[in-house]
Design a protein around this ligand. Structure first.
Ligand code: NAD
Length: 270
């Protein structure tokens, strides 16, 4: 076997990991051998996800809109696992359904605090941690058949932010949600440029409707939404959270080292 490859395990951090896309991604990371910190405002759901992982996991309670809490989430992860190779910043809320004239101002603040400020804080403290980490220099011969080994040639870390197809278009009656998802793409592109030379890649995923509890809540807001949505996809159905998870782990992997500041739309052909 060639020498020079790392022998340690990779570490992932997933916010909003107690449900839906975050849970599916934590499970996927663990299948690939990553140790995974699962962070959520709902600690019980984070613990439940950790119980589903094949590798050692860590449940972290965090409100991503709180700066001290996000810093503590990063510190706790590093204390437990030593570093953060990959982060999926994914915690999000949909807010209310109202046209802008009737939209409650306090709900605008809530959505922006979680979806945008929360995302900004996670990226800020994760990048600060990644800058302290040494670049990984791995030898392909050592990791070709060993997914548990680190795959991040020359990288300090990889970040993926969950935007949405709402971040590429309009979503009537959900102005704060839609605005926050557009802003996440701007945040992603900007930080990617700020730290590209430091070996930190930052990308976004833009899922269309995905079969999660958030989808159920959208339907509660909007009773005829599911039928419209399923029919509106060329593939005839919405996404499974596991399909979004596959895109996240791919963006984090050495398969796409030149991809940074990108968004990957997963929209069933729509
Ligand atoms: P979900 O509601 O199933 O999961 C979201 C998770 O985020 C929950 O576990 C929740 O407790 C957690 N969370 C909420 N506020 C938090 C906070 N302040 N701090 C920490 N955790 C918090 O929803 P999902 O569908 O899995 O959504 C995940 C992400 O994907 C969201 O950002 C969402 O906007 C985005 N998204 C979802 C869809 C969809 O159709 N489901 C489509 C595109 C994008």
């Amino acid at each position: 076997m060639a020498s020079g490859g790392p022998t340690r395990t990779c570490v992932a951090l997933v916010t909003g990991g107690g449900s839906g896309i975050g849970r599916a991604t934590a499970v996927k990371f663990a299948e690939l051998g990553y140790h995974c910190a699962v962070a959520d405002i709902d600690e019980a759901s984070a613990r439940e996800t950790v119980g589903m992982l094949k590798t050692p996991g860590l449940a972290v309670q965090v409100d991503v809109s709180n700066a001290a809490g996000v810093q503590a989430m990063v510190d706790t992860t590093v204390k437990q696992f030593g570093r953060i190779d990959c982060a999926l910043n994914n915690a999000g809320i949909e807010g209310a359904r109202e046209k802008i004239v009737d939209y409650p101002v306090d709900m605008f603040d809530r959505v922006m605090n979680v979806n945008l400020k929360g995302m900004w804080l996670c990226v800020k403290y994760e990048v600060a941690q990644m800058l302290k980490q040494e670049r990984v220099v791995s030898n392909p011969e050592t990791w070709a058949d060993k997914p548990e080994l680190c795959r991040f040639q020359g990288q300090r870390g990889n970040i993926v932010n969950t935007s949405s197809t709402a971040g590429l278009g309009a979503m009537p009656e959900f102005t704060p949600y839609c605005s926050s998802k557009w802003a996440i793409i701007g945040l992603t592109k900007t930080v990617a440029q700020e730290y590209a030379k430091e070996g930190i890649r930052v990308n976004a995923v833009c899922p269309a409707t995905t079969d999660t509890p958030m989808r159920d809540r959208f339907e509660a807001h909007w009773p005829d939404w599911q039928a419209k949505t399923d029919a509106s996809y060329p593939v005839g159905r919405v996404a499974a959270p596991e399909e979004v998870a596959e895109a996240v782990v791919w963006l984090c992997s050495d398969a796409c080292p030149f991809a940074t500041g990108e968004y990957l739309k997963i929209a069933g052909g729509r």
